[in-house]
Design a protein around this ligand. Structure first.
Ligand code: SF4
Length: 192
């Protein structure tokens, strides 16, 4: 995997002071994408062990609330291969910090493929950027079709926005559940 940049004290992508990792590579090619240079999987720099260790170091201070992962698109399978073990390491080192993920895929696409990365994250913002639904007033979303999901004890609930995260206020009762047998059950709103 390669990455475009790491921000060490980011307040724009998630709640609180955060370390943000922007990965390279996206196959979705949304019209009006703000970050076309990140479509190329060869763009940026290699995500080496040294870079990973540096991110762990940057996450250390108490004032850093967590890690944000953006792109490109982190849920491209080739990116997930490296992100999954890395995020597991982050969680091991810092169980109390939160992890936010932005993906161009939707939950409807990710859940059936038994995507592991999303389940390691506390907040997931899903969906393509849709130019005709662009709305700069939305917190942490580029367009109105994108949704914010909170991981509550291993189930994802749909929330309106960051104001619903603490305590978590689920909207419309939409939940993605992991059953005891490991299978996933989901009831999702229709994306307009
Ligand atoms: S998913 Fe994100 S990076 Fe990929 S094309 Fe859409 S807006 Fe751009």
């Amino acid at each position: 995997m390669r990455y475009m940049q790491v921000l060490d004290c980011d307040v724009a992508n998630g709640l609180g002071w955060r370390v943000s990792l922007f990965v390279s590579g996206c196959t979705l090619h949304c019209k009006g994408c703000f970050n076309k240079e990140a479509w190329d999987f060869c763009a940026g720099k290699p995500f080496t062990v040294n870079v990973q260790n540096k991110i762990l170091e940057l996450l250390h201070p108490d004032y850093i609330q967590g890690l944000s992962i953006l792109g490109g698109n982190p849920t491209e399978p080739e990116n997930e291969k490296e992100l999954i073990p890395f995020v597991k390491r982050v969680k091991e080192y810092y169980p109390d910090k939160d992890i936010w993920l932005w993906t161009g895929h939707t939950m409807e696409e990710l859940v059936p493929r038994k995507d592991e990365l999303i389940w390691l994250c506390d907040v997931v913002i899903d969906g393509r950027f849709e130019e005709d639904k662009k709305d700069s007033s939305l917190a942490f979303k580029g367009s109105g079709n994108q949704r914010m999901w909170a991981n509550v004890d291993g189930n994802f609930v749909l929330v309106n926005g960051p104001e619903d995260l603490n305590p978590v206020k689920c909207v419309n009762g939409y939940v993605v559940k992991r059953r005891e047998d490991g299978e996933l059950e989901f009831s999702l709103p229709k994306v307009s």
